[in-house]
Design a binder for this molecule. Structure first.
Ligand code: HEC
Ligand code: HEC
Length: 237
């Protein structure tokens, strides 16, 4: 580990100890309110994204096994909110935290820049999916659960709602979504939306798997996808 990284990691651990007592879904006066109104510098965003690409890949596709989420395709508003929540320790992410700090990438303008860059990346046409194919009873039951419990916020096709900061979940990796779902349900994701927590509190493990299986299989509109799963980001050639 080089010296800069070591300092960052130690800072991260120290700040982590001061775990924020007022974690909440929508922190007023959060950095995101500022970042959202700033005009992004896409060139600078690309340079910052090089840091992110170490985990989220240069395509912003994350990993099918769910270790790293896909960022490509996510609403700008959601990306900015999640990043500033992670920076403010309103959402725990020990792996990424040191790399997301202002000391590592810069202030609110840096958030706007990197998100401005991510926003133009096409999505992975081959996201990680659950095991139940269309036509199986589990797929159908997942669809029903989705329609009854998720559509009102995440939309019919899991497209989310940028203005309300509801994430797009269409095209996201199954394993990542399942982990987030369980953390939200258990109160472990501290910026979770309280109404979503209420909505899902009676879900069994099987219900969770079925509904996320369905979400992972919702087709993404062609114009949002990269031309093939072998596409590579030319900005990093
Ligand atoms: C060391 C690996 C690593 C690096 C570097 C990294 N991330 Fe992450 N990131 C993660 C992990 C792991 C998660 C998911 C954590 C979880 O499961 O809650 C994540 C989650 C996110 C999320 C939340 C996504 C969502 O759907 O809610 C955003 C946004 C994000 N990262 C953006 C970035 C940006 C921008 C950078 C560069 C400045 C970056 N990350 C650098 C590992 C990393
Ligand atoms: C009342 C609105 C609401 C309902 C109902 C709801 N959600 Fe959410 N969901 C949210 C919000 C808001 C977030 C982001 C919370 C935050 O800012 O951290 C979220 C986050 C998520 C995430 C994590 C996304 C990511 O990129 O990290 C998943 C997965 C998810 N919801 C799935 C579901 C599923 C499946 C259902 C139905 C069973 C559901 N949600 C019902 C509002 C809702």
């Amino acid at each position: 580990m080089n010296k800069r990284l070591l300092t960052l990691t130690l800072t991260a651990i120290a700040l982590g100890a001061l775990s924020s007592a007022n974690a909440e879904w929508m922190q007023k006066g959060g950095e995101f309110e500022k970042a959202i109104d700033l005009k992004p510098d896409i060139e600078n965003g690309r340079d910052i994204f090089e840091v992110c690409a170490a985990c989220h890949l240069t395509e912003g596709w994350g990993k099918k096994d769910g270790t790293f989420p896909q960022l490509a395709g996510q609403h700008k508003e959601v990306l900015i909110k999640q990043l500033s929540d992670i920076r403010a320790k309103n959402r725990d992410n020990p792996t990424m935290y040191p790399f997301a700090l202002p000391e590592a990438i810069g202030d609110a303008q840096a958030l706007a820049d990197v998100v401005g860059y991510i926003e133009k990346l096409p999505m992975n046409p081959d996201n990680g999916k659950g095991k139940w194919e269309k036509g199986t009873p589990e797929y159908e039951q997942g669809k029903k659960l989705f329609e009854e419990n998720c559509v009102k916020c995440h939309g019919k096709n899991g497209e989310g709602d940028a203005k309300k900061f509801y994430p797009k979940i269409q095209g996201q990796h199954y394993e990542y979504m399942l982990r987030q779902f369980k953390w939200i349900e258990a109160g472990k994701r501290r910026n979770a939306n309280p109404d979503m927590m209420k909505q899902i509190k009676n879900f069994s493990d099987k219900d969770q798997e079925m509904v996320i299986n369905y979400a992972s299989r919702i087709p993404v509109p062609k114009e949002d996808l990269a031309p093939s799963k072998d596409w590579t980001n030319p900005d990093f050639d």
